[in-house]
Write a protein that binds this ligand. Sequence first.
Ligand code: KIV
Ligand code: ZN
Length: 387
Amino acid sequence: MNKKKIHIFDTTLRDGEQVPGCKLNHSEKLKVARRLELLGVDVLEAGFPISSPGDFKAVEMISKEIRTPIICGLSRAIEKDIEVAAQSLKYAKRPRIHTGIGTSHEHIHYKLNSTPEKIIERATRAVKYAKSFVEDVEFYAEDAGRTDNAYLAQVIQAVVNAGATVLNIPDTTGYCMPNEYGAKIAYLRDNVIGIENCILSTHCHNDLGLATANSIAGIENGATQIECTINGLGERAGNAALEEVVMVIKQRYVEQFQVDINTKLLNSISRLVSESMSMIVQPNKAIVGENAFAHSSGIHQDGVIKRRENYEIMDPSDVGVDQSRIVLTARSGRAALAYRCKDVGVDLAKDELDILYPAFIELADSKKEVVTSDLLPLIKSNLGLRA
Ligand code: KIV
Ligand code: ZN
């Protein structure tokens, strides 16, 4: 079966960097951009060039140095924005202008003070103008998630006719349920003439915790690009997390879809982004959280020690984590204690384990976690010479 290629569009340096406190200086941005290139992203959204001279410079710098992915610059559907985006992308080997406008009732009436007809005109003009600078023009229909599907199809038809190469359908407010978002993509696919010649893109926010599920519903229904960020950074509750969408595809859609991401670099890039943006990754975060491959209850530990796959659906080394962790707490069982003692060079016999275990539980009850440096003293004081 022919696998469908899913393009990974990373917007860590644009949507991710919009987050308060996440601003990066030029050398930090370049460092992240180099790592994204190594990771294998297909498109790198480097910034919003009109927003500040600093952002302009960053996009220009990344355009000069990063040669493999497409380099994308954001703009509103405003001529000046588009001109500045084009200028900042001047040195890019494969430049893309990302332009767009709000299409939901809320945005048209209460943000843009406009009408549905005028929005279609502005969208068309913006795409045509962007096409006068670059061949590759992506259009975003902001708040598409809350936009009526029939009207959205009219907007998208107009921008396809104007020459857009990529059609971004953002769930800007994270409102959609996966079945609704999937149906929206399917509706567009079925009702816009010429859409098959364009890349249809998801851009899902995580306000209800559904960004990854919605992105996957999008590709199940015909989208072939996912916009996402490292660690799920982005406005408010963030965007779909790159590491999540990539691993969902690798784990569950291996026959249907292909992504060209070097997953072994996921953990290290997550740490780089977290450190440079000073945004901690929650320990229970899927794929890259500190506890993503840690086992702490006795039942799970026993199962994992017998066979890793009993409690893990991914091999940690596939995402750049050295190994699963067996964490020693008051919930741990004998198997875990024996396993960790072996790790510090003490192979316990059954009778020794029987002596050591109650002492271990007493210690574990007095602190959150029994760590490696606790083990040898514990063994020594309970089994004497053994350690
Ligand atoms: O969430 C959104 O709608 C966006 C667009 C600017 C693409 O970030
Ligand atoms: Zn966004």
